[in-house]
Design a protein around this ligand. Structure first.
Ligand SMILES: N[C@@H](CCC(=O)N[C@@H](CS)C(=O)NCC(=O)O)C(=O)O
Length: 209
């Protein structure tokens, strides 16, 4: 039994979606970011970065959303969300998962928390730079999907597609959302058509409307 600590639509979303896809027994514990529950000592003991998600695995906490996606997929090989070790698909899967965590996620921090790095006076500049980096990431993903799609790891859907869809969703209110890239938009549509996506929405209480 897994316990995922997160917040609706937040960085916990991909792990939550994957747990639903593989049908693993889990409990979702909502962390109230609005009251700063994630900055309290009890939570910081689980994730010293003071951010969600945290996943309890075999009675111990694990953090970093990209790691959780990889971890869940590899613990349930029968569900087919982790390409075979040594395959070209596996190489792409690992490359893009780490690339998203290293590029898109820090850029989103800049977009959503623009005063975090250099104070409120630099917020507008930080947002501008964050936006450019996020759009550059979609440019690169679009080109990859055109050349090697239909999924990020190639022929088959894998956990990294769910990670990408979570990150893409965060752009929905940006000046140029991820859905402005046509091949990526079609990939996202296929993902959002899955019954697991509706189950995720129901479990977390949000919609894309
Ligand atoms: N690198 C972390 C980043 C997680 C992250 O930024 N989580 C956000 C929600 S999407 C959060 O907890 N924000 C609250 C805050 O920073 O105060 C991960 O991928 O797990």
């Amino acid at each position: 039994m897994y316990k995922l600590m997160g917040a609706p639509g937040a960085a916990s979303m991909a792990a939550h979606w994957l747990l639903i896809e593989i049908g693993a027994p889990y409990e979702f514990q909502s962390v109230d970011l609005g009251v700063g529950e994630h900055k309290r000592p009890t939570f910081l003991q689980l994730n010293p970065n003071g951010v969600v998600p945290v996943l309890w695995v075999d009675g111990a906490p694990v953090y970093e959303s990209a790691a959780l996606v990889l971890l869940i997929a590899e613990r349930h090989p029968e569900a087919g969300f982790a390409p075979r070790v040594g395959s070209r698909a596996r190489h792409l899967y690992l490359q893009w998962c780490v690339h998203f965590a290293n590029t898109l996620q820090p850029a989103y921090r800049g977009w959503f928390y623009p005063a975090e790095w250099a104070g409120p006076e630099a917020a507008a500049r930080v947002k501008e730079e964050a936006r450019a980096r996020i759009e550059a990431a979609w440019d690169r993903l679009e080109a990859h999907l055109v050349a090697q799609g239909p999924w990020i790891a190639g022929e088959h859907l894998s956990a990294v597609d769910l990670q990408a869809a979570m990150l893409a969703r965060w752009s929905r209110n940006m000046p140029k959302p991820a859905t402005a890239w046509p091949t990526l938009a079609r990939c996202l549509e296929r993902l959002k058509a899955r019954p697991s996506y509706r189950a995720l929405q129901a479990a977390e209480g949000w919609s894309d409307a």
